[in-house]
Design a protein around this ligand. Structure first.
Ligand code: NAD
Length: 480
């Protein structure tokens, strides 16, 4: 049995109350480890370690911080295979994906912010005619909390930790209790890289115990959270009266809008990926596919044919396209939408069933599923399913596409397929989303602002936006 431990003040420690949670392997449904269900006391210890480390860390030169972050990045790259195996086992995602996306991106996060902090600058404002000069100090906040979800475990955990450390803060962090392994392994890498003790403290446990203790802690002055919209609303409600700085990256129900003048083959190939990558468990997946009526039948035939070729299998098999869903409860939730869609008049074009993989009968597998539906107002088109289920619907003209795309409570990302630049720009201006992709999907440049509007969150991560979030602006005015 694997045993995950908390990483506090540079040491691996048991939880104070000796409370443990089971950790399941999605590929076979077995319990393969235990993780702490950390209490307020553990969070308090992590906070004290962070508080103690803060004065020295916040005064560490930018060059030294940069060197350390890049060292962590290099160590992650050197341990890529070990981390990819751990991520795949813990989450159920194909190892090929963990190897090519999750772990390389986690390493990039450290490298990127290691470099970015050396380029981060603040403004100055000369008060012309008043003989005064203002300049802005960008100071670290102190102890900050980072809470991340299970879908891209190390990728999203480090997307918060790297800028927080780079900006001179100390951290109390909690990965998802469903996928704790790679965050646990990261502790060793940080120690080996020479990160001073207490700068990063990782406490494991469930949201309502450990997570709740982090958001309620009066000394933790900022919370960077990625996860579900309901949890985000609860965090906002709890943290707002304490005037904590908040960054909330939440759910999505993203439109993929396909016009007849697109580059068809590239669109088709990318749409398979944007629908089903990571079993559809990416907040950016395009789960509502709107297709211009003139190419709707062609698209429907080709898309169904391609999706039927995707292989559902054990995450470690090299030819697996679709691995296991993250948990039994999530599998049940996803499967439940098939009946919902049926009751709403949806037609199953392919998929729709749990899959039994030979030798792994208790694993959480589900077929990639396409549902044809004629209304955008139904639950399958309004609620975030966060699994391998997409809907397809025809539309006539930009206006109708725009109306349907915007008619959801979420606003994270949108994809447009067209070779008409005027249309692409006009749609980009009017789509209610924080991220728009034109003729591509999930092409990421880490300098760009990342986040959503409406129920998809507040605040932006990425590039200098993240460094701004993890610092306080202080204006200094000098009269001369
Ligand atoms: P979740 O909200 O259930 O959990 C996310 C994290 O919050 C976990 O670590 C959990 O333990 C913690 N948590 C739960 N209750 C808490 C509480 N009361 N106080 C503090 N922390 C608490 O989400 P999930 O199921 O892990 O992840 C899936 C969701 O994440 C989806 O909605 C998905 O769209 C969203 N997501 C968003 C983005 C983005 O960038 N916008 C990226 C990935 C995932």
């Amino acid at each position: 049995m694997n045993k995950v431990l908390n990483y506090i003040n540079g040491q691996f420690v048991d939880p104070v109350n000796d409370n443990w949670l089971d950790n399941y392997s999605p590929a076979d449904g077995d319990i393969y480890g235990h993780i702490p269900d950390s209490s307020k006391e553990d969070v308090a210890q992590a906070y004290l370690a962070a508080k103690e480390a803060f004065p020295a860390w916040s005064q560490t030169t930018l060059e030294a911080r940069s060197r350390l972050l890049i060292k962590i990045s290099e160590l992650l790259e050197a341990n890529l295979e070990r981390f990819a195996e751990a991520e795949s086992k813990d989450n159920g995602k194909p190892i090929s994906l963990a190897r090519s996306v999750d772990i390389p991106r986690a390493a990039s996060n450290f490298r990127f912010f290691g470099n970015a902090i050396t380029q981060f600058a603040s403004e100055s404002h000369e008060s012309v005619g008043q003989h005064a000069m203002n300049f802005t100090l960008r100071q670290p906040i102190g102890v900050v909390g980072c809470i991340s979800p299970w879908n891209l475990p190390l990728y999203l955990f480090t997307w918060k930790i790297a800028p927080a450390i780079a900006a001179g803060n100390c951290i109390v962090a909690k990965p998802s209790e469903v996928t704790p392994m790679t965050a646990f392994l990261l502790g060793d890498i940080c120690t080996e890289a020479g990160l001073p003790k207490g700068v990063l403290n990782i406490v494991h446990g469930s949201g309502h115990t450990t997570g709740q203790a982090i958001i309620e802690h009066p000394g933790i002055k900022a919370i960077s959270f990625t996860g579900g919209t309901t949890t985000g609303a609860h965090i906002a409600k709890t943290a707002a009266p304490m005037f904590k700085k908040l960054s909330l990256e939440l759910g999505g129900k993203n439109p993929n809008i396909i016009f007849s003048d697109c580059d068809y083959d590239a669109m088709l190939e990318t749409t398979v990926r944007s629908s089903f990558a990571n079993q559809g468990q990416i907040c950016l997946c395009g789960s509502r596919i709107f297709v211009e009526a003139s190419i709707y039948d062609r698209f429907k035939t080709d898309f169904v044919e391609k999706v039927k070729q995707l292989k559902v299998g054990h995450p470690s098999a090299p030819d697996t396209d679709i691995g296991a869903l993250v948990s039994k409860s999530h599998l049940e939730k996803v499967a439940g939408y098939i009946d919902i869609a049926g009751n709403e008049g949806g037609t199953l074009l392919c998929g729709g069933h749990k899959v039994t993989v030979d030798g792994y009968e208790n694993g959480y597998y589900f077929e990639p599923t396409i549902i044809e539906i004629d209304s955008n107002d139904c639950r399958v088109n309004q609620e975030e399913i966060f699994g391998p289920i997409v809907t397809i619907m025809p539309f006539e003209g930009e206006k109708e596409a725009l109306k349907m795309a915007n008619a959801v409570k979420y606003g994270l990302s949108a994809t447009i397929w067209t070779n008409n630049l005027k249309r692409a720009m006009s749609m980009s201006n009017q789509l209610q989303a924080g991220i728009i992709w034109i003729n591509t999907w999930m092409l990421r440049d880490l300098r760009t602002p990342f986040g959503g509007v409406k129920a998809s969150g507040v605040g932006r991560e990425g590039g200098f936006e993240a460094l701004r979030f993890f610092t306080q602006a202080k204006n200094v005015c000098i009269k001369y």
